[in-house]
Design a protein around this ligand. Structure first.
Ligand code: IPE
Ligand code: IPE
Ligand code: MG
Length: 243
């Protein structure tokens, strides 16, 4: 090798990316359109980003699509969101999951309309045979509620919890924790998303509203992740010595 050759190490791609898709409403407002239009654009963008992420070698994607707290929004907005699930969800998920991706809906799904629950179950059932790659769509999801639910499952079984057993009882049980959490929409907070699983995630906040967060922006977020040294509490020297 020539003496001055610069070795550029391959970019490290996160195994699991979680995305807080925020800013649909503000994006719509800035385009003088109703909030529902922003959500429609947000769904389209989400599908594009999922395809990009899987193309880049990501194995798991978790999307925060509706929080438990969002259920307090005006009924008109909720109806528009549920209508998007009725009209678009199956087709969109079939498109992305065709590459062997398992779909998992996380959250308190019984808080959603019955016909919406049926659609979600149908979409999940179609991917049941797949393993190794996954999409979690968080709907009526709250992280504290998820942790309490897991703790209660342990109590019912009379089990004392460990970190491992609690992790296994979460909706994301069996999956790697998110390595990278991206939030669009200018806010720097987690809003009750994956609080337990985020313990060592890299956090990436974008000022862009979700409908305008491009594939190139996702690449930037992955490059940011790749530039980080993940020490998990250790020193750089320990990492260098593989300790
Ligand atoms: C995120 O966008 C999607 C949902 C919460 C359903 P918002 O609807 O929160 O958009 P902003 O934050 O009001 O712009
Ligand atoms: C977080 O966004 C939830 C989702 C993106 C689904 P919010 O818009 O609900 O968050 P806050 O209320 O600004 O914290
Ligand atoms: Mg918001």
């Amino acid at each position: 090798m020539a003496k001055n050759t610069i070795m550029v190490s391959a970019e490290r791609v996160p195994k699991h990316i979680a995305i807080i898709m925020d800013g649909n409403g503000r994006w719509a407002k800035s385009h003088l359109r109703p909030r529902a239009y922003g959500h429609k654009k947000g769904v389209d963008r989400m599908i594009g980003l999922m395809e990009r992420a899987f193309d880049r070698g990501v194995d798991y994607i978790t999307v925060y699509a509706l929080s438990t707290e969002n259920l307090k929004r005006p009924q008109k907005e909720l109806d528009a969101l549920f209508e998007l699930i009725r009209t678009r969800f199956l087709d969109c998920m079939r498109k992305v999951c065709a590459r062997g991706v398992r779909l998992n809906i996380i959250g308190e799904r019984d808080l959603l309309p019955a016909d919406v629950q049926e659609i979600l179950e149908k979409a999940e059932a179609e991917t049941r045979g797949f393993e190794g790659k996954g999409i979690n769509v968080a709907l009526a999801y709250g992280s504290r509620a998820e942790i309490v639910r897991a703790a209660n499952l342990a109590v019912e079984k009379g089990e004392k919890l460990t970190e491992e057993s609690l992790s296994a009882l979460l909706y994301t049980g069996g999956q790697p924790d998110p390595d990278l959490i991206i939030r669009t929409g200018k806010e720097v907070r987690l809003s009750n998303f994956l609080l337990w699983q985020a313990a060592y995630a890299e956090l990436y906040f974008s000022d862009k509203m979700f409908p305008e967060f491009s594939d190139a922006d996702l690449d930037d977020a992955i490059a940011y992740f790749s530039s980080k040294t993940r020490r998990f509490g250790k020193t750089d020297e320990q990492l260098e010595n593989n300790e």
